[in-house]
Write a protein that binds this ligand. Structure first.
Ligand code: PEP
Ligand code: MN
Length: 362
C-alpha cells in the first residue's frame, strides 16, 4: 500500500509553528493543572504530559499511571487545550482513547520494537471495532538508534491499520559519544524522512535532544531554520523539583521568553541547505574533539604503564605500523593519504608530549 500522509491540521496560523508543551511527566493534580493553565495563558494549544514513563533504568520515576488520565481530562475541560500523552502498550491505547486524549505519541524506545509497534497498531483497530471510530492524531518519535527504516516501518504499520493523522517527532539518537547533546540530533535522518514523506508534519523535541534547558533555544531555532512544522518542549511549573528530566525542563516564563526570541522563517521561501551542512559539520567537529579527548586519556594510561615497566616513551616501530594501517584505511574511505599522515603526526606528537610530561611529574 502506498503511504500518503498529509500535513496535520493543528497549526493555529499558516506560518506559525505548532507548539506542544508541558511537563515530562504529570506528577500530581496541582502541577498538571497549573502548568496547563500557564501554557494556555501563553496561547499554547497542545498540552503534553507523560503518565506511563519509559525509563532506561529501574528505580527512576515511572509515571503516575492511570490516575494521570483524570488530571489530563480535567486540564482539557478547564483550558480547552488538546491533550497529548505517550502510549506504549495496547492497554495504554485503550485507556487513553477512552479518556478522550486527542493526540498520542509513540516513544523512542517503542519505535525501535516492531512487535510493540504492531501490537499498538492492532490496539487502535480493536478499539475501533469494539467501541467507536478512532479520530486520534498519532505522533511517532524517532527510534533511539539512527535507523531510518525502523522509523518508516512504524509509520507503515499504523498506516496499514487505518491511522491517517500521523506526524513525526525528532528527539535525537542515542550514541556512545553525543558531544554536548543528550541525544545526538543527526539532522540528516529527519531530512531523509521528509524526502520519503514530503508532506508529513515534522516536530522537533529540543528538550530531549539537548537534555539541558540552556540548549532548548538554540536547537529550537535550528529546527525553525530547517523548516520544521513545530516544537514539543518540556515545561514544568517548578523545573528544579521535576521528578523526571529535571535538567531540560523550562518554567512557563522561561518558555515564554524563549518563544519571544524565536525567529520563525517564512516557510514559503526555499530552505537554505548550506545551514543544514554547516550544522552537520559543527556536530561532526564536536565528535572529533570528544574522540580526541578519549584518545589522550588512553595515551596517558599507556604512558604510566611504560614508566612503571621502565620502557621508553617513543616506540617508532609501533608508530610506523599505525600510520601505515591508517593510510590504507584512508584510501578505502577516499581520504587523502598525506592529509591522514599529517593528522596522525600531530595527534601522535601530542600523545608523546603527554607521556613525557607525566614522566617529569612521576
Ligand atoms: C518523553 O517525551 O518524556 C520521553 C520519554 O521521550 P523519548 O521517548 O523521546 O525518550
Ligand atoms: Mn522527558
Amino acid at each position: 500500500m502506498a503511504v500518503q500522509i498529509e500535513k496535520l491540521e493543528l497549526q493555529s496560523k499558516a506560518n506559525a509553528p505548532l507548539l506542544i508543551a508541558g511537563p515530562c511527566s504529570a506528577e500530581n493534580r496541582a502541577q498538571t493543572l497549573e502548568t496547563a493553565e500557564a501554557l494556555c495563558n501563553m496561547g499554547i494549544r497542545v498540552f503534553r504530559a507523560g503518565i506511563w514513563k519509559p525509563r532506561t533504568k529501574p528505580g527512576c520515576f515511572e509515571g503516575v499511571g492511570n490516575i494521570g488520565l483524570e488530571w489530563l481530562k480535567e486540564a482539557k475541560q478547564k483550558t480547552g487545550m488538546l491533550m497529548c500523552t505517550e502510549v506504549a502498550t495496547a492497554e495504554h491505547v485503550f485507556m487513553a482513547l477512552e479518556a478522550g486524549i486527542d493526540i498520542l505519541w509513540i516513544g523512542a524506545r517503542t519505535t525501535t520494537d516492531p512487535f510493540a509497534v504492531e501490537a499498538l497498531a492492532e490496539a487502535f483497530r480493536d478499539f475501533e471495532t469494539k467501541r467507536h471510530s478512532v479520530d486520534v492524531t498519532l505522533l511517532i518519535k524517532n527510534p533511539v538508534n539512527p535507523d531510518v527504516e525502523l522509523w518508516c516501518g512504524a509509520i507503515e504499520r499504523f498506516y496499514n491499520r487505518g491511522i491517517r493523522k500521523i506526524g513525526l517527532i525528532h528527539r535525537g539518537f542515542s550514541s556512545y559519544s553525543t558531544g554536548r547533546y543528550r541525544n545526538i540530533p543527526l539532522w540528516d535522518i529527519p531530512i531523509e524522512m521528509k524526502r520519503r514523506f514530503p508532506d508529513i508534519t515534522m516536530i522537533c523535541d529540543p528538550s530531549h535532544i539537548g537534555g539541558d534547558r540552556n540548549l532548548v533555544a538554540s536547537i529550537s531555532q535550528q529546527a525553525m531554520d530547517m523548516n520544521y512544522d513545530g516544537l514539543m518542549i518540556e515545561c514544568h511549573i517548578e523545573p528544579e523539583k521535576a521528578l523526571s528530566d529535571k535538567a531540560q525542563q523550562l518554567s512557563p516564563p522561561a518558555l515564554k521568553e524563549m518563544l519571544q526570541h524565536l525567529i520563525v522563517r517564512d516557510n514559503r521561501q526555499p530552505q537554505d541547505s548550506l545551514d543544514v551542512f554547516r550544522n552537520r559539520i559543527d556536530e561532526l567537529d564536536e565528535n572529533l574533539i570528544s574522540i580526541l579527548s578519549e584518545r589522550m586519556v588512553v595515551a596517558a594510561k599507556i604512558g604510566r604503564y611504560k614508566e612503571e615497566h621502565n620502557m621508553p616513551v617513543l616506540q617508532s616501530l609501533r608508530y610506523g605500523e599505525l600510520v601505515e594501517r591508517l593510510k590504507e584505511k584512508a584510501l578505502e574511505l577516499n581520504l587523502n593519504e598525506e592529509f591522514i599522515q599529517a593528522l596522525m603526526e600531530i595527534i601522535h606528537k601530542e600523545s608523546v608530549r603527554i607521556q613525557m610530561e607525566q614522566r617529569k611529574n612521576f
